[in-house]
Design a binder for this molecule. Structure first.
Ligand code: NAD
Length: 515
């Protein structure tokens, strides 16, 4: 293993020579199939990870249930204090963990560290929440009665996460789930097991030091089989799934068929609309970051660009200049803006999309190939691409599917209604962005006839979000909400509780049932 990789692993207590344990339920284990973690930048195998067997998964779920039965009775502000300590422990390893994200997932260093910061931020948020997860007192129509809406801990929460946010997505879920009094079990992406092991080591260290069962935050690594077994298990009360629409559809149906709860955070196909009055000095770099950042592998990446005819040439000219300035490289190098695609499969998806663009006679404005010079040829480096398809029919496959790669499709429009129509014509509804200084455009964009996405930005790109607002998308993105806002309300079991403190027992609506 390269020194660079082994230093990062060692700094997080992961041995680079032995097989890493990928199961934690209070103690570390795993004797299932071995999984490899491969560095997308160099192709080197970073570690081999021991995954969960079906029996180990079953045991881990039992331990998680027991941990929930214990944890639900810990007062919420005490749970908040644990989250405060987790926040401190994560903060102390922010740089190391951020570097591991870059090493294993491939995103650039500032974004890797940013993911850990997001986990820290949501812990802060959840510490506050632990004193504010309030129910309500509702006015009763009956004298001497009170109605309370009471939130209680829900049970076992399973988090299934995608490769592209191997730390933050778990953070959003764990923080709310713990504050709410649940036990959480994490099934991370099979290609980022080391991030999940490093995070679980940090979190479990805090739990163990406080005498809390480790299975309050358990881990089961594995592939599709482990994922489906978790989703099918009646021992799991809430499945929080982040991933593709294809798998999300299976997960959603499976959980609904056993009447479990499910949060779906699925694919995005996000558009930026540039009006003639947009400040291009802000809009062009924002689109550049949205489309090229994380090598186009964010659920909120900008994939569609709708340019008003008046500024289309000027915008495209400036954007092309920025694309030409991109120098790909090692994501751990702080000067790098473009890292690799996460896997060889992802490179295949990119090339299939380019092939299709060529077949439909789209103009490839820039990009369309791998970077082939050494040392980039050892990794999964592809050129960020801008294409102008001939057809602007947004229901065509090229516009309507999420291609998880740095490909931006552009088209020219003449009025805002047309652009909003195109924005909304796709199945997905995650993020969207308009660039304008005209208040009338803003009103239309955020109003009833405006963007139908879960994230509707003005003079802010599609990509990246803060933890304070509820995060999630509509339509085939799955309607789930995580992180801030009212998202915590999904992680509790609500009861309506009518209390009669009078000397009579009247029925509601004046119903009479006297014998
Ligand atoms: P994926 O759907 O391939 O995998 C996601 C998870 O599901 C992994 O842990 C995987 O092991 C597991 N899995 C696979 N098959 C399963 C099955 N049959 N049953 C249960 N679990 C199964 O997604 P990916 O390629 O890792 O991630 C990329 C996708 O995630 C993109 O579509 C992206 O837009 C989406 N994403 C969405 C958000 C969001 O918040 N909306 C955030 C990040 C990523």
């Amino acid at each position: 293993l390269s020194t660079r990789a082994s230093d990062i692993l060692t700094s997080l207590g992961i041995s680079s020579t032995t097989e890493a344990s990928g199961v934690y339920d209070g103690k570390w284990g795993g004797s299932g199939e071995l999984m490899q973690s491969v560095c997308p930048t160099t192709g080197e195998v970073l570690a081999r990870v021991k995954t969960a067997t079906p029996q180990e998964l079953h045991e881990a779920l039992e331990k998680t249930r027991e941990a929930y039965v214990f944890f639900r009775n810990i007062p919420a502000p005490r749970r908040g204090e644990l989250l405060r300590q987790i926040r401190e422990a994560l903060g102390a390893k922010r740089e190391e963990l951020g570097a591991l994200v870059s090493l294993e997932m491939g995103k650039i260093r500032t974004e890797g560290v940013g993911e850990v910061q997001e986990f820290v931020d949501i812990c802060d948020y959840a510490v506050g929440l632990s004193r504010m997860m309030n129910g309500r007192v509702v006015a009763s129509e009956r004298p001497g009665h009170s109605i309370l809406e009471v939130p209680n801990p829900l049970g076992v929460v399973a988090v299934l996460s995608a490769f592209n946010f191997p730390v933050a997505v778990y953070g959003w879920n764990l923080a709310l789930s713990m504050a709410a009094g649940n036990a959480t079990i994490w099934k991370p992406s099979p290609t980022t097991p080391l991030c999940s092991i490093a995070v679980t080591r940090i979190v479990s260290g805090v739990l163990e030091r406080n005498g809390i069962p480790g299975a309050v935050a358990g881990l089961v690594t594995g592939g599709k089989d482990v994922g489906s077994a978790v989703v099918e298990s009646k021992d799991v009360d809430l499945v929080s799934f982040t991933g593709s629409e294809h798998v999300g559809r299976i997960v959603g149906k499976t959980v609904m068929s056993r009447f479990g709860k499910v949060i779906l955070e699925l694919g995005g196909n996000n558009a930026s609309v540039i009006m003639p009055d947009a400040d291009l000095s802000l809009a062009v770099p924002a689109v550049f970051f949205g489309a090229v950042g994380t090598a186009g592998q964010r659920c909120t990446s900008t994939r569609r660009l709708y340019l008003h005819r008046q500024i289309a040439d000027e915008f495209m000219g400036r954007l092309k200049k920025l694309y030409a300035s991109v120098v790909p490289g090692d994501p751990l190098d702080s000067a790098t803006l473009l890292g690799p695609m996460h896997t060889k499969d992802a490179v295949g998806i990119y090339h299939n999309a380019i092939k299709h663009l060529k077949e439909i006679d789209a103009e490839i404005v820039t990009g369309g190939k791998n970077y082939e010079q050494s040392p980039l040829d050892a990794g999964n480096f592809v050129q960020p691409t801008i294409a102008i398809p001939k057809s602007v029919n947004p229901t065509d496959q090229i516009w309507s599917t999420e291609t998880f790669a740095p490909i931006l499709n552009a088209a020219v429009f003449d009025d805002l209604e047309e652009a909003i129509g195109w924005n909304n014509a796709v199945p997905q509804g995650l993020s969207s962005s308009i660039w304008t200084r005209d208040l009338r455009n803003v009103g239309k964009w955020i109003g009833p006839s405006g963007s139908d996405a879960g994230i509707v930005n003005v003079n802010v790109g599609t990509s990246g979000a803060e933890i304070g607002a509820a995060f999630g998308g509509n339509k085939s993105t799955g309607w789930g909400r995580e992180s801030g806002g009212d998202a915590w309300k999904e992680y509790v079991r609500w009861s309506a509780c009518t209390i009669n403190f009078s000397d009579a027992a009247p029925l509601a609506q004046g119903v009479s049932f006297a014998a």
